[in-house]
Design a protein around this ligand. Structure first.
Ligand SMILES: Nc1ncnc2c1ncn2[C@@H]1O[C@H](COP(=O)(O)OP(=O)(O)O)[C@@H](O)[C@H]1O
Ligand SMILES: CCCC(=O)OP(=O)(O)O
Length: 358
């Protein structure tokens, strides 16, 4: 069987994850965590481009992996226009949108497709892809409506990992994803809680700058009147307000760190405010899960808790206190994004599926 080498590049808000697969076998898997201090010198996400790309190339060099032997580079997809789930070949339209479409709405995942394309271009014959970007949109029409017609709800979340973990669970119980009703809570730098109705994520919060639980670096749902007044107080620029909502909100605002494991350690060492804030974050996650139970009309096969913070029993313990009554809670610590990205690319390289055109 032909052997394909696939480089996976996954820039998150608080990390850069790098992997290399030879067919289905992982030969490199590395998570670089970025503290708020490390990212502070960068004025915005585009200016992190060289830093994140160098991190990827340095890891390959350290691991002794020859770049020229790579057949495909697959990146986590960013803030494109809303699109169906799937694997997409990086093209000029996509690159243009990754650079320009989102305006002041920014996320590190925008760099995934760009870095993938850049590295692939330097290798003879290599291809560049993204898969299940953060804008995958399967919302039910009723879930889109807000109290202002000009501000509908939008789908911006951990689509890649939500789908990958949900499919893993389905495999583990020998059922089809499309036959199950699942609730998936991804607890990363941002937090998303999605209602999966027979394979479609019909409701999910906007984990970036919309609404939902606050997270290590996002403010989540805020009192809208007070937010409007703050915007017009004259004390903050547009960019500063944006940064409060995404980047400097959540644990960052309350505790000065975007690293939940540090916040959790402080809480367990007796820092009362750290404990209260973590409890509050967990409480908001639990309320979102409860909302999804209603969306699924009580027909829930399982609740899956995943993402970086799912590795932490202290955080997960608070959530479970409020949701254990639902039953069948499964924990998937970390994420399955790297292998999901690699397998998407592998299937295209093997000709088992077509890459979609953006
Ligand atoms: N063992 C752990 N305990 C608690 N929090 C953790 C642990 N490992 C990672 N995290 C937290 O998870 C968050 C990052 O989630 P992750 O999904 O890995 O990254 P990103 O959102 O950047 O893609 C950070 O706040 C990090 O501190
Ligand atoms: C942009 C939505 C997905 C998200 O929040 O990802 P991170 O947790 O990696 O920042």
């Amino acid at each position: 069987m032909e052997k394909f080498k696939i480089l996976v590049v996954n820039p998150g808000s608080t990390s850069t994850k790098i992997a290399v697969y030879e067919n289905i076998k992982s030969v490199l898997l590395k998570t670089l965590r970025h503290s708020s201090e490390e990212l502070a010198p960068f004025k915005d996400i585009p200016s992190q481009y060289e830093f994140r790309k160098k991190a990827v190339l340095d890891e390959l060099e350290t691991a002794g992996i020859e770049v020229n032997e790579i057949n495909a580079v697959v990146g986590r997809g960013g803030l494109l226009r809303p699109i169906p789930s799937g694997v997409y070949e990086v093209n000029e339209t996509m690159k243009n949108d990754l650079k320009n479409r989102s305006g002041k709405q920014q996320h590190a995942s925008n760099l995934g497709g760009l870095i993938a394309d850049d590295i692939a271009k330097s290798i003879h014959g290599a291809r560049a892809f993204i898969a299940d970007p953060v804008v995958v949109d399967e919302l039910h029409e009723v879930a889109r409506i807000t109290g202002l017609p000009e501000l509908p709800r939008t789908s911006v979340f951990h689509a890649l990992n939500q789908k990958a973990v949900a499919r893993n669970y389905a495999r583990s119980v020998e059922k089809k994803y499309e036959d199950l009703n699942l609730i998936v809570a991804h607890l990363g730098g941002g937090i998303s809680v999605g209602a999966h109705l027979k394979g479609q994520i019909v409701d999910v919060n906007n984990a970036l700058d919309g609404y939902g639980p606050f997270s290590p670096e996002r403010a989540g749902t805020l009192p809208s009147g007070a937010l409007v007044d703050m915007c017009f107080s004259g004390k903050f620029s547009h960019d500063e307000m944006r940064k409060k909502v995404t980047g400097n909100g959540g644990l960052m605002a309350h505790l000065g760190t975007n690293q939940a494991h540090e916040a959790s350690r402080r809480a367990q060492e007796g820092e009362k405010n750290a404990e209260l804030v973590i409890h509050a974050m967990a409480y908001q996650v639990a309320k979102a899960v409860g909302g999804c139970v209603s969306v699924l009309q009580g027909q829930v096969d399982a609740v899956l808790i995943t993402g970086g913070m799912a590795q932490n029993d202290f955080v997960v313990g608070f959530i479970r206190k409020y949701i254990d009554w639902i039953g069948n809670i499964k924990i998937y610590p970390g994420e399955d994004e790297m292998s999901a990205l690699a397998m998407n690319a592998l299937e295209v390289l093997r000709g088992e599926r077509d890459a979609k055109i953006y």
